[in-house]
Design a protein around this ligand. Structure first.
Ligand SMILES: [Zn+2]
Ligand SMILES: [Zn+2]
Length: 192
């Protein structure tokens, strides 16, 4: 059985892991915007990279706000909001709309029985796929000093990201030893 025609397995811009761009964007700081834009040109379309990053952090937290931000990104809702004033001007002037605010097109492959949206931006495509993917979960690493705490887990629960896994193990080992010594009261010492 060949892989589904529409399934994306690698980042289109740099051929790295499928989910690295959206994860990198979620963890992005202002100082990293330019580099991200160079590596993934047009990934967020007309949505400002820094805004997309802020919304992704909300999505990573889950809940109702995550649902609405996902709809904003997928539906191009920001075009009707107050954030992208240049888009509003474009609407007022009846000029060409920037790509990301166009509704998604549909493509169909009857041979493989696939119907898919053709999204205007990589971000929309990734978010659309991630939102439906029951094997990949946006979660936050629990290590307070983690440098890129938002990641995508393939199994739940996941407390620590790949980089902090060993740190987490040493922490629980330490807690175990402390408890065995019987000198520390519950909730006493913190290791962070
Ligand atoms: Zn990439
Ligand atoms: Zn971490």
């Amino acid at each position: 059985m060949p892989a589904p025609t529409f399934q994306v397995t690698k980042c289109a811009a740099c051929k790295r892991d499928r989910w690295h761009a959206i994860t990198e964007l979620a963890n992005l700081r202002a100082s990293g915007v330019e580099k991200f834009n160079q590596e993934h040109p047009g990934y967020t379309g007309s949505l400002a990279i820094i805004t997309a990053s802020t919304w992704l952090r909300v999505i990573w937290q889950g809940g109702k706000a995550a649902d609405s931000r996902t709809v904003w990104i997928l539906g191009g809702e920001f075009a009707r909001g107050t954030i992208a004033s240049d888009i509003q001007k474009a609407i007022a002037a009846r000029t060409e709309m920037p790509g990301a605010s166009l509704p998604a097109r549909i493509r169909v492959d009857w041979k493989h029985r696939e119907v898919a949206h053709v999204w205007e931006t990589g971000l929309q495509q990734d978010l659309y796929d991630l939102a439906q993917d029951t094997h990949h979960h946006p979660v936050k690493c629990s290590r307070p000093k983690c440098s890129a705490p938002l990641f995508i887990a393939t199994k739940l629960p996941r407390t620590y990201c790949r980089n902090c896994k060993n740190w987490g193990i040493s922490q629980s080992k330490q807690r175990y030893e402390d408890a065995n010594r019987g000198r520390h009261k519950r909730g006493g010492k913190k290791h962070a």
